[in-house]
Design a protein around this ligand. Sequence first.
Ligand SMILES: Nc1ncnc2c1ncn2[C@@H]1O[C@H](COP(=O)(O)OP(=O)(O)OP(=O)(O)O)[C@@H](O)[C@H]1O
Ligand SMILES: [Mg+2]
Length: 267
Amino acid sequence: MSEHLGRVLILAGSDSGGGAGVQADIKTVTALGGHASTAITAITVQNTLGVTAVHSLPPELVTAQARAVLDDIGADVIKTGMLGDTAMIEAVASVIAGAGVPTVIDPVMIAKGGAVLLEPYAVQALADALIPLAALLTPNAPEAAALTGLVVESTDDLRRAGEHLLAHGASAVLMKGGHVEGERVIDILMTPVSETRFESGRIHTRHTHGTGCTLASACAVGLAQGHSLQRSVERAHAYVQEAIRRAPGFGAGHGPLDHAWPMRRSS
Ligand SMILES: Nc1ncnc2c1ncn2[C@@H]1O[C@H](COP(=O)(O)OP(=O)(O)OP(=O)(O)O)[C@@H](O)[C@H]1O
Ligand SMILES: [Mg+2]
């Protein structure tokens, strides 16, 4: 059975450790059967212990990468990750507005080890310029709090923040529950007319580097392949859960997932 080879254009930062960022995005899109292209926004010096340096690329180089891809290869869906600052947000917003394809926006702010990946003063720009362009917005709890000004500590708080983000113009939001305390992890997919919970037992592991990037890219490739939003999120959630379970245990800190698990299902 052949599946439409969905094209995903990824605008995000490089993680030298290969656990998160552009590397996680490419692996995810590939493992789920799509074509990944990239416009790299920043280079991070990073391993499982943290980020030790960040070099942002000029916004015009990011838009040039995106245009080179869009003008030739094309994209069915755009996915954004680390953007860094206001100038990059504005450049990326212009790419999205011009491309006219659905966009999955992962509003990345802080790395797992605590490094700042979006300047705090740029949060408002992200909210104003990008949320209205999102076919799907995928905030974790602290990002939902920063974007809405609400306290987000429980699943009910996540829901309330989701309503605010929908009112702010996102077509759909996937409110991620990884940072909400409890033995169950609950993500909530919300649109103006529906709400679906994706629930799992909390996996006790330190190897969760890049779960957010991976989830957003898995959603993006599903949409690019022509699946419904519901089905795309369902498959993405299952893909991430298994990738966490099979994490290889590399590094002394927050290690990478096993992105390639669907390719060796029998092992
Ligand atoms: N310990 C865990 N057990 C099971 N699922 C988890 C766990 N941690 C995160 N997840 C799942 O991983 C996905 C990402 O959620 P999370 O809230 O951690 O995002 P994130 O903070 O953006 O991740 P990242 O730190 O990689 O950016 C969600 O689908 C969430 O349910
Ligand atoms: Mg994240």
